[in-house]
Design a protein around this ligand. Structure first.
Ligand code: ADP
Length: 274
């Protein structure tokens, strides 16, 4: 409607300009719609645990002469409170990776340390499901970037691999250096033997709050923000993330990040002039 009216008015200026204007309006509208969706999603995600907490606290008061019921309700209150804490923490992480320039305090980060940290973060969950975790090829590799953000990105991928896999399967983390035109990159691949992701969903899983199966994600404490955080971290580091997956066979998420030596060499070739 509006875009068409504008295009009719400026048509005499030439079709190229019209096209640019229409594209601009469409993009501005898309951004506005995404922002509105995000706020609506956050509100909904916050309301769910808060509503549950409110109901459960009423139940506790009503059951005050039944100590067992009080225990049960209190346990569920704890789960909802944890869910709320996770969500708020992930919202803070997301806003940080969207707004801060990670390269302000970039440094060479040891890949074996990143991997060890990610594995540690999931050790408990993997243990209860008897999932074996194995890492290889990490020795002597360094990526260039913000240590905290890189750890969050890899940690999210390993956490997902464990969460979306059945018991007694294997999660592998493989690292290697690959040659690239602009300088060497480090590739970090997280492979699981889990439920996999359909082609249709593959296009959407990096969106904020998108989950293939919201009930399952919630059960494992997921917020639907993990992969959005991963996407932002790799983008701001000049890297990329790709996914290969086959349903009911498993998935591989691959991070490609600048190698520390290569990033430093690039900086020396183009020294800051001021
Ligand atoms: P969540 O907190 O729900 O895990 P993410 O942003 O990390 O949110 O992931 C989005 C969705 O992508 C998940 O809900 C899940 O449906 C799907 N997904 C992510 N990683 C995997 C994986 N390794 N195997 C299967 N599905 C996955």
């Amino acid at each position: 409607g509006e875009a068409l009216a504008v295009s009719a008015r400026v048509a005499p200026l030439g079709s190229r300009l019209v096209l640019l204007l229409v594209e601009d309006l469409t993009e501005a509208r898309r951004i506005e719609a995404v922002r509105r969706d995000f706020v609506a999603n956050v509100s909904h995600e916050l309301k769910t645990p808060v509503g549950a907490l409110s109901l459960l606290s009423e139940a506790v008061m009503d059951a005050s002469d039944d100590p067992e019921a009080v225990q049960r309700f209190a346990g569920r209150m704890q789960i909802e409170a944890t869910r709320l804490t996770n969500l708020v923490q992930e919202l803070i992480d997301l806003s940080r990776v969207q707004n801060d320039d990670p390269l302000e305090d970039a440094e060479p980060v040891r890949v074996d340390e990143l991997v060890a940290e990610a594995v540690d973060r999931c050790r408990h969950q993997a243990g209860t499901k008897q999932i074996t975790m194995a890492a290889g090829g990490t020795a002597d590799l360094h990526v260039w970037g913000n240590r905290g953000q890189l750890a969050a990105a890899l940690g999210n991928l390993v956490e997902n691999a464990v969460n979306y896999s059945p018991a007694r399967t294997r999660v592998g983390i493989a690292a290697r250096r690959v040659n690239a035109p602009g300088g060497d990159m480090i590739e970090l691949a997280v492979t699981d033997q889990g439920i996999g992701i359909s082609d249709k969903d593959k296009e959407r899983i990096f969106e904020r709050f998108y989950r293939v199966d919201p009930a399952r994600s919630r059960q494992t404490g997921g917020t639907g923000l993990g992969l959005a955080i991963v996407k932002h971290v790799v983008a701001s580091h000049g890297g990329e993330v790709t996914v290969w997956s086959a349903e009911n066979q498993g998935s591989t998420f691959t991070l490609r990040l600048p190698e520390a030596g290569a990033a430093r060499d690039r900086a020396q070739q183009h020294p800051d002039l001021d």
